[in-house]
Ligand binder design. Sequence first.
Ligand code: HEC
Ligand code: HEC
Length: 358
Amino acid sequence: MKPCPQSSLTRLITDASALLVALTCAHTALNAAPPQPEYHRDTAKGAFKRPTSVPHPKDNPPTPDRISLGKALFFDPRLSRANNISCGSCHNPSFAWGDGLPKGVGHGSKEVGRRTPTILNTAWAETLFWDGRASSLEEQALGPIAAPGEMNMPLDQVLAKLKSVPGYLPLFEKAYPGEGISEQTIAKAIAAFERTVISGTAPFDEWIAGKENAISDTAKRGFDLFNTKANCVKCHSGWNFTDDGFHDIGLADADIGRGAHLKELESMQHAFKTPTLRNVVQRAPYARRIGTKPQGGRAVLQPRRRREATQSFARDCSVEPDRRRSRRAHSVHGNPHEHRSARRTADPSDRFSRPRFP
Ligand code: HEC
Ligand code: HEC
């Protein structure tokens, strides 16, 4: 695959046109892929239906007590050594559960090595992290607490600290009777909460469900491109726009991603997990290696009309509507600001309402 032009990515990071650049990169890289022999829009739409239930592991079925405990832990900065960072500092609901930064900022205000991915829809993720090194949310949850660069809190200390907060034990008892405050119950509660962090219904979903006028004709052409010539669907497949696979899209840098865990597999060197494109307009800057030096190559912008179609698809339909959409659209469709109104709701398990700290 040809290297993608990094300089353009850097230039455009704050703007939805970064989508276009990513698109152009992938398009350039994948030009060689054979086109689908026959394309039918209706058949293609069938692959994008939203699931009707949320998966969870057998030993951690969700209950309101587990979810609200998990939410308190997720947003509680006391889980960090300096009492100033929570999971929610980097996975911030206002930035579609990312942080809007080129790279995450952890303990001591220092940058961590990679960009913070969203935790939206991770209930469905087969592997976690850019390099897939964790295989469940339960397994993942303790990592950032102990990681020196993130929350920098050794796990024995976090247990002692939580036990010293009088209100936490009763919450753990309600959520996991008889299990107490342990590494396992902390991880299970956080994971149960994370499984409620699901992207809302977008105009795209309504269109897929059969409401023909839910998205514009331009966005529909974007969908066609996504599925044919641009072939984004090769990796950004299904309702969550990810194949949960690992790919090298040609942004060469020192980080070898999945390759660090699968050294013998050449295809995994510099391969990274395909991110979801849900709510992507709220998650700039994009891609994991923003800020590295350009590796050569030239951005070939697509003809104007095609560019409009693909941008419109990303903005208006493949993801939730962004801020530029009309109020009417917000009221009719999924609303990126839904947390504002939802904050007023009393349901503690609602993912956007305020956490209740003990
Ligand atoms: C300092 C910022 C920071 C904090 C604090 C933080 N994270 Fe993350 N999170 C990241 C970064 C960066 C990654 C990607 C790391 C990688 O791929 O190597 C990540 C990855 C993840 C993922 C994987 C998402 C995916 O799609 O693969 C999950 C889930 C997650 N974090 C949950 C949490 C939880 C739970 C906490 C709190 C216990 C937490 N994070 C605290 C920055 C942070
Ligand atoms: C070969 C698989 C593959 C194809 C095809 C592909 N992508 Fe990607 N895409 C990825 C991977 C992997 C990443 C993450 C790369 C990284 O950060 O190192 C990514 C990142 C992105 C991002 C940044 C998202 C974020 O949260 O950082 C966007 C936007 C995107 N792709 C859109 C597209 C579009 C539009 C197309 C079609 C033109 C496309 N991609 C084709 C694999 C692919």
